[in-house]
Design a protein around this ligand. Sequence first.
Ligand SMILES: *[C@@H]1O[C@H](CO)[C@@H](O)[C@H](O)[C@H]1NC(C)=O
Length: 237
Amino acid sequence: MRGREYLTSLLFLLVFSQIKCENCMKLDISITQKVENEGFHRDVRWLLETTNPNNTDWIQSGCKLAVHINVNAGMFVSKDQLAELNRNSTILIRVDGNVNIETAAHDSTAHIAYIYLPQDEIERIMFSLPIHLRYQRAQITGKYGKVYLDKPTVLVRCPADINLCGKRRPILEAPCSFASVNKCQWRNTTYQALFQDVEMFVPIGDLDDYPLVSIVSLLLGCAGCIYVLSILSTTPI
Ligand SMILES: *[C@@H]1O[C@H](CO)[C@@H](O)[C@H](O)[C@H]1NC(C)=O
């Protein structure tokens, strides 16, 4: 009698865990990041890879994947350039908010770039974002300013009947799709970052040099004047 009860509960547990397993989708994402070029114009490139799920399961799930990039005040993304990139591409990038491409870092505000990844692929996706570093206020010390590049945030949105395995991730409001005016609830999903945090350096004007440079050029100008005048006055007419 006891044995049978034990067996029943074991069977129950087995069935139950099976159901639970079927109901959640495992999402194992890793990302590599590389910043290309030097100076004010950079290209940030990413490679997103998954071991789970595969493309077939992903397409079947109906889930969507997007990447949220915080473009801080030290840099900007050009909307004209994005329009050019989005043409003929399955990866679509949008920027929300006003982007002033003229202002220096200390007069600028951050904006967000959303990169919408193709829905029929997840095993291996490459995407990139051209960023432009802003001019920085001249400082007393140092010839280079630093701009930090925040880690990308991976956003996932699934149909109501699909549960992602693991701890429930925080919800983030973001545009539903590239062209949508509506906001949807996305999950901020964890991934394995196969890269270090990045700092980019921009050349800045050195305030220290300024008075010296103007005094020297003034003195040289005076000296030139005196020299010319002295030649003129000693030359017999
Ligand atoms: C997403 O979650 C990570 C880890 O918890 C956090 O560092 C990051 O700031 C979040 N992203 C956004 C846009 O809130």
